[in-house]
Design a protein around this ligand. Structure first.
Ligand code: SF4
Length: 478
């Protein structure tokens, strides 16, 4: 049985991991290799220390942007890199500060970092007039950041980009780094959604992953969430930790449901090169679960959470009605997004640009910014082919699926024909389903019709999503 989608281990990872998975698929499909069963090891991909480009610069060879990409950006990601310690599987841009984040030295380092982020925001050009509809503080462990520092970043964002009334403002929060008083202070600043990195409900699995929190911290974190009752909160789990068993996973899922979050994220562990896990373990080999066990865990999560009232709206994400993460949906629907901070990746004017991931290089880069510009690091604009591949990979991560008519309008009839030709084979095998307004769908030999959508089935189609997407990439016209 194929391994489940391995797309990251924390919400921050969503965009970068999707990028990386996409690169792996491209490498495979362009090399005409056999289809993949998982996204494989993913390395960091920091852009060169960039120059900056004036937003008004227009080029005659500007590629056609996706319909969504043409909308003015209305989302911002802010990276807050401080963690108590580095978890054994983590390769994010992180600074470990030890167990006491309250010391003057740590507070001073955080304050100086916030100065850099605010300077970066100030040097950024606002594209269009839409105020931000979503802001996401990812990390790192943003809940280590004092509310007063978060307030400074929000003030900079408001001044520079505007924040809409009712905007979703999310922050990641790890057990053991907040209490009810701190949560209320964040809420008072406008934070409306917390993403709590529980990861597991077994003390030995938390310790084995190098997490800084204990099971008692998890229990307190859940109690605090209930005491404060934010508009929305997510409980995040990692499947496939070393020494994890189906029984332990079943227990984690049950306890997650009992905690009654509005949203649950479930990421399969990715073993990254250069991390302690990368030195100690090999994917699919004990003490990591086999691919078959990982797949069974993915199915277990899907069945347990859906039967508990959560919609499986994205390959790794589940939500009660009205609680989908609006910010992450901007990534999955290929909309533009500002990004600020160490190693953060923006998508603006058709270019993806990742900031330096080392603090000294990031500081130097921020100090080099002059005047207002859209930082792009000299990255080329995405080609139409790149956009087409991203559209397929990202849309097929979503329960909503791919709108074939929209895809044709954006990428042409030949691209649509290629997609239909590949997906039709998977319909019979129960891996792809078609949502057609009229009874007869094009995939089943009917007529082309507006609103016809294709999606991967849950869980069978999503379990082999990399295989299907790899086949699509091979079939796409150049
Ligand atoms: S809490 Fe752990 S996994 Fe999350 S960013 Fe910090 S070190 Fe990485």
């Amino acid at each position: 049985m194929a391994a489940p989608p391995r797309l990251g281990c924390a919400p921050l990872a969503l965009a970068p991991r999707a990028d990386s998975a996409l690169r792996a698929l491209r490498a495979s499909s362009r090399g005409q290799a056999a289809s993949l069963t998982s996204s494989g090891p993913i390395g960091d991909h920091v852009g060169t220390v960039p120059g900056a480009e004036r937003s008004q610069a227009k080029s005659a060879d500007e590629p056609r942007l996706g319909a969504a990409s043409r909308d003015a950006p209305a989302s911002a990601y802010v990276h807050l890199p401080f963690c108590k310690r580095r978890c054994f599987y983590c390769d994010f841009p992180v600074r470990a500060v030890g167990d006491d984040a309250g010391t003057p030295a740590v507070q001073d380092a955080m304050s100086k970092y916030v100065d850099l982020v605010c300077a970066e925001i100030d040097a950024n050009v606002r594209l269009g007039s839409r105020p931000l509809q979503t802001v996401f503080f990812g990390g790192g462990t943003p809940s280590l950041t004092a509310p007063g520092l978060l307030e400074r970043i929000l003030a900079s964002l408001r001044r520079k980009l505007g924040i809409a009334h009712g905007a979703e403002i999310s922050m990641e929060a790890d057990p053991g780094t907040f209490d009810a008083v701190k949560l209320r202070a964040y809420l008072d600043l406008g934070v409306s959604r917390f993403s709590v990195g529980v990861q597991a409900f077994q003390e030995e699995l938390l310790r084995g992953g190098g997490r800084s929190h204990s099971l008692a911290d998890v229990r307190r974190a859940i109690e605090d969430m209930h005491a404060v009752a934010p508009p929305s909160w997510s409980l995040d789990l990692i499947s496939g930790l070393p020494f994890s068993t189906p029984a332990a996973w079943e227990e984690s899922l049950r306890m997650a449901v009992e905690a009654q979050p509005h949203h649950v994220s479930v990421y399969d562990l990715q073993v990254e090169e250069g991390t302690p896990f990368g030195h100690w373990y090999s994917p699919g080999q004990s003490p990591l679960p086999s691919d078959a066990t990982s797949s069974a865990m993915y199915v277990m999560a899907s069945e347990t959470l859906r039967s508990s009232g959560y919609e499986h709206y994205e390959v790794s994400n589940y939500a009660k009605p009205g609680h989908q993460c609006r910010h992450n949906l901007t990534y999955w629907t290929r909309r533009q997004c500002y990004a600020f901070g160490l190693g953060a990746a923006s998508y603006l004017m058709g270019r993806r640009f990742r900031r330096p991931a080392k603090m000294a290089a990031y500081r130097k880069w921020v100090h080099s910014l002059q005047g207002e510009a859209v930082p792009m690091g000299g990255q080329p604009k995405e080609s139409l082919r790149d956009q087409m591949e991203e559209e397929l990979m990202l849309r097929l991560r979503l329960r909503e699926g791919l709108d074939l008519m929209q895809f044709e309008n954006e990428f042409g009839a030949a691209a649509r024909e290629a997609v239909v030709g590949v997906l039709a084979h998977f319909v019979d095998r129960g891996l792809v389903e078609v949502d057609a307004p009229c009874h007869k769908s094009l995939l089943s030999g009917g007529v082309r019709q507006a609103g016809e959508r294709v999606r991967l089935t849950d869980p069978s189609g999503w379990l082999v999503s990399n295989d299907i997407i790899s086949d699509l990439f091979v079939a796409l016209p150049d």
